[in-house]
Design a protein around this ligand. Structure first.
Ligand SMILES: NC(=O)c1ccc[n+]([C@@H]2O[C@H](COP(=O)([O-])OP(=O)(O)OC[C@H]3O[C@@H](n4cnc5c(N)ncnc54)[C@H](OP(=O)(O)O)[C@@H]3O)[C@@H](O)[C@H]2O)c1
Length: 218
């Protein structure tokens, strides 16, 4: 698969590395050409001159950027992602007087679907720390890669991608389930902040009902 990764931070680097290791071709873009070049080179991929160029060159686009950047990135790639799968791994949180908090509101992914109506948005990878996007086995347990989206074909593409990097794919339903996936991620983040964790914990749903087990295309 040809995958564009927009964002060259923790997640951009981790997913570029894992996708490349799994045999996918990666093209990386970010605001700073030095950052994208460094990530692309470490992952044996290539860097794009800008976000639109990366999106145009790929079948699947991953937005590994802070949620506040989704609007501007969407504006830049809109014409390049018609009909394409766009993966949203973003999370959101803020800090209140008693520590990390999260508003119960529309998910980042639902907001993104409004910004990119011609693209097929899928939520994935947000519940995994970058450390686990690279190494999906925690304490000997293969972690889950939860996937939510409204387009069945797009979801099955992402399920195959999730599986290709060593995660156990779980289809959690429509894109509106991204609300719960962002909350699941928030819980893990908040625990690591408040307990001074090592940012390596992850989720595995034990005894998952068979309806959520998904077939992975060969
Ligand atoms: N860190 C984790 O373990 C983790 C796990 C799951 C999900 N997430 C989510 O994934 C997203 C990225 O997290 P992160 O930890 O990778 O953040 P990060 O290390 O701060 O990296 C963010 C990247 O986004 C790039 N960026 C920002 N605005 C951009 C724009 N307009 N166009 C192109 N690139 C832009 C930055 O580019 P420059 O460096 O060039 O400025 C930077 O490379 C966040 O939404 C986060 O909630 C994080």
């Amino acid at each position: 698969m040809n995958i564009a990764i927009i964002g060259a931070g923790n997640v951009g680097r981790a997913l570029a590395t894992s996708f490349s290791r799994a045999g996918h071709a990666v093209i990386v873009a970010s605001r700073d050409p030095e950052h994208s070049a460094a990530v692309a080179s470490a992952a044996h991929g290539r860097a794009a001159a800008n976000n639109a160029e990366a999106a145009a060159a790929a079948d699947v686009v991953v937005l590994a950027v802070p949620p506040d950047s989704l609007e501007s990135v969407a504006a830049e790639i809109r014409s390049a992602v018609h009909g394409k799968v766009v993966i949203d791994p973003t999370n959101r949180m803020s800090f209140g007087s008693s520590g990390p908090t999260m508003e119960l509101a529309e998910s980042n992914s639902e907001r993104l679907a409004v910004l990119l109506p011609e693209a097929r948005i899928v939520k994935a990878f947000n519940t995994l720390f970058a450390s686990r996007q690279i190494d999906p086995i925690a304490d000997g347990v293969q972690l889950d890669g939860f996937v939510a989206g409204d387009d069945a074909q797009a979801k099955s593409t992402v399920v195959a991608l999730v599986s290709s990097i060593g995660l156990n794919p779980i289809d959690v339903g429509p894109l509106s389930r991204a609300q719960q996936l962002e909350q699941l991620a928030f819980l893990n983040i908040a625990l690591n902040i408040t307990a001074n964790g090592t940012w390596t914990s992850g989720w595995r749903l034990v005894g998952a009902p068979s309806t959520v087990a998904v077939a992975v295309a060969a």
